[in-house]
Design a protein around this ligand. Structure first.
Ligand SMILES: Nc1ncnc2c1ncn2[C@@H]1O[C@H](COP(=O)(O)OP(=O)(O)OP(=O)(O)O)[C@@H](O)[C@H]1O
Ligand SMILES: [Mg+2]
Length: 330
């Protein structure tokens, strides 16, 4: 079956800069793909090529089986795009913009009416419909941008930092909207908010300096964290020394991290030697010494750590000091 989006060997050079470097991936209906990477990694450039706003230097993009460069009109109706920032037509009102994009995408009057009502309701823009876009707040500009991206019910949705600048309530609503639309579309969202990936994405791609460095579901990606399966222990400060000694003596424990103290309670984190499950061993060792603890929990890992590990090296940055000397990845 044809993938809704199929990217092959995509490369984009701007003079001496290679912004996108031989990137290939495809996205199926039902997938919400988180597109991650440091500033300047090539996310927006990739999205501009996918949506036909930039031509690739090499490689190809197909949307619903249509080549983006050769058949630009065929993809207009099938793709929705929220560009980075808010480069909308400032002098238009949101209502005029929504009507305009429905015209450009050749929607019937009935589909346009339905789509516009849906978009207005979902993005809560009914109170600003007749105010010039340039006079709207940043968050409202973003909402209008999202509304024009979904108004024609596209199969493929490309959203460049969709929740940037939104208030927490609206962030939550946009995430719910993405989840609601997820089953029926192929969605790509670029974001720097890693919790967003955990909350809405079924898959995550990380790029660094234009190169694809990871392509996995968020849980598997998280499992590559050095803290995957680490056991966290909250306990009163007076038991910390005894507990640390017990943990240090366990061969399954690589190291013990101690974190901020609050109200006489300390959190220790026993990092698993090779990411394996160590809860049973930790718990019985603590019990055997009769150490009283408030809470024990297992860490799934932190996406932020994985992101940093995977991108630091490519970016030519110094290795993370906290992990110096540790064997890095699973
Ligand atoms: N029109 C252009 N001319 C020259 N260089 C460009 C152009 N557009 C992008 N670049 C360069 O391409 C690289 C990738 O930029 P891009 O905007 O795709 O990054 P990004 O991953 O979206 O970053 P951010 O997280 O900051 O939005 C950067 O080095 C950028 O300076
Ligand atoms: Mg960008």
């Amino acid at each position: 079956m044809t993938k809704l989006l199929d990217i092959k060997g995509l490369t984009k050079r701007f003079g001496p800069i290679t912004a996108v470097d031989d990137v290939s991936f495809s996205v199926d209906r039902g997938e919400v793909l988180g597109f991650l990477g440091p500033n300047g990694a090539g996310k927006s450039t990739t999205m501009k090529i996918v949506t036909g706003f930039l031509a690739p230097t090499e490689g190809s993009v197909e949307v619903c089986g249509h080549d983006v460069e050769r058949e630009p009109l065929a993809i207009k109706r099938r793709i929705g795009y929220l560009p980075e920032g808010a480069p909308l037509y400032g002098d238009m009102t949101p209502m005029a913009l929504l009507n305009f994009v429905c015209d450009v995408r050749r929607l019937s009057a009935a589909d346009a009416k339905r789509g516009i009502e849906y978009a207005i309701e979902k993005l809560h823009i009914d109170n600003v419909l007749y105010q010039p876009i340039e006079t709207l707040s940043k968050g409202y500009k973003r909402r209008v941008g999202l509304a024009q991206a979904i108004v024609h019910d596209p199969d493929v949705l490309i959203l460049d930092e969709p929740t940037d600048g939104l208030d927490p309530n609206q962030k939550h609503e946009v995430r719910e909207l993405l989840t609601e639309m997820a089953g029926k579309k192929a969605v790509i969202i670029s974001t720097h908010i890693l919790e967003e990936v955990e909350a809405v994405c079924s898959r995550a791609i990380i790029i660094a300096k234009g190169k694809l460095v990871a392509d996995q579901d968020p849980l598997s990606l998280q499992a590559r964290s050095q803290l995957h399966n680490a056991v966290g222990i909250r306990l009163p400060v007076e038991h910390v020394a005894a507990c640390t000694e017990v943990l240090d003596a366990l061969p399954e424990v690589r190291r013990v991290q101690k974190s901020v103290e609050a109200a006489g309670v300390v959190e220790l984190l026993a990092v698993a030697a090779n990411g394996s499950e160590i809860l049973v061993q930790v718990r019985s060792a603590i019990d055997a010494k009769g150490i009283q603890v408030n809470e024990i929990f297992v860490e799934r890992g932190r996406l932020e750590d994985v992101f940093r590990d995977l991108t630091f090296e490519v970016e030519g940055l110094k290795a993370r000091e906290t992990d110096a000397g540790e064997a890095a990845h699973a």
